[in-house]
Design a binder for this molecule. Structure first.
Ligand code: NAI
Length: 287
């Protein structure tokens, strides 16, 4: 099995939490790793090189290959430098795991444009910036794996996370199109929605659930999605502790009118439009 052996992976936000676990597992599996992390606080403030350096040391001490990169992925230049770090150190880039993230939770009626922007910048623009920098290389070599880290907060909604949820769903929209555009270049793009005990969830996970939500649980599915053998694309998977499951959008059988219906006719048909019995995976009718 080729797996990810010899591949070069850029993992954003890999200085702690989930990203650190991903980095260690990729390295154990024989990949060469760029550990990107700007070393800030949970809300995105601050900067430091210690977090990324510590993960690189863990990997190299264990006999793996890794280099640190401290760039801010929310900027175009930062995304380019994170990928340049892979090219400089290892001469190629094969895999991008977009994992960097921050929180600025507020109920919607109190959310400021600054809180909205800050969260979209790191998650959604971050994924764009790093993936965009890697994309020409993935296309040219006819191989690439892109993973984004989405969230059930975006997929299903969560109080106080309009900014975060919008960013996380934006990333799903991103991989949906990357899956289409990457197909003929052997590039896949998938999303993982983890649930893990990290500093990000420190105040929301009950103490008795922590043991079961070790962030290490999320890494095997990320590595699998990036392996040569896995050619699935445009897929969303839950990785909630040890529970792994596909998440998909379903389209109901619905109702077909042969004329522009009146508002009243929509009202009459409403239950049938809503009914998910016999629903199937949704798809773009124009694709
Ligand atoms: P974390 O806070 O430990 O990790 C996020 C990392 O991203 C930090 O090390 C941080 O320094 C880094 N980072 C933040 N902004 C950055 C930037 N602009 N450039 C480079 N690095 C930056 O939190 P955790 O839980 O490990 O989160 C990882 C990802 O998983 C995030 O995208 C998060 O939204 C997502 N996620 C986590 C869940 C959980 O249960 N822990 C649930 C759903 C999604």
């Amino acid at each position: 099995m080729a797996g990810v052996k010899g591949r070069v992976v850029v993992i954003t936000g890999a200085g702690g939490g989930l990203g650190r676990q991903h980095a260690k597992l990729f390295a154990q599996q024989g990949a060469r790793v760029v550990v990107n992390d700007l070393g800030g606080n949970r809300d995105g403030s601050g900067f430091g090189s210690d977090m990324a350096d510590a993960v690189v040391s863990e990997i190299t001490d264990a006999g793996g290959e890794a280099v640190a990169n401290y760039d801010d992925v929310s900027t175009v230049d930062g995304g380019q430098r994170a990928v340049a770090a892979a090219l400089d150190a290892f001469g190629q880039v094969d895999i991008v795991v977009n994992n960097a993230g921050i929180l600025r939770d507020k109920s919607f009626h109190k959310m400021t444009p600054e809180q909205w922007d800050a969260v979209l910048k790191v998650h959604l623009y971050g994924a764009f910036n790093v993936t965009r920098a890697a994309w020409p290389h993935l296309r040219a070599q006819q191989f690439g794996r892109v993973v984004v880290t989405t969230s059930t907060s975006g997929l299903f909604g969560n109080f106080g996370q309009a900014n975060y949820g919008a960013a996380k769903m934006g990333m799903v929209g991103l991989i949906n199109t990357l899956a289409v555009e990457g197909a003929r270049f052997n590039i896949t793009a998938n999303a993982v929605a983890p649930l893990a005990d990290t500093r990000m969830t420190a105040d929301v996970i009950p103490d008795d659930a922590r043991m079961d939500l070790d962030p290490a649980y999320a890494s095997p599915i990320v590595v699998h999605l990036c392996s040569e053998e896995c050619t699935d694309t445009g897929v969303i998977t839950l990785a909630s502790g040890g529970h792994y499951a596909r998440i998909a959008y379903m389209q109901a059988v619905g109702v077909q009118f042969d004329h522009v219906p009146s508002v009243e006719e929509i009202g009459v048909a409403w239950d049938e439009i809503m009914d998910l019995t016999d629903s199937a995976m949704g798809r773009n009718p124009l694709a």
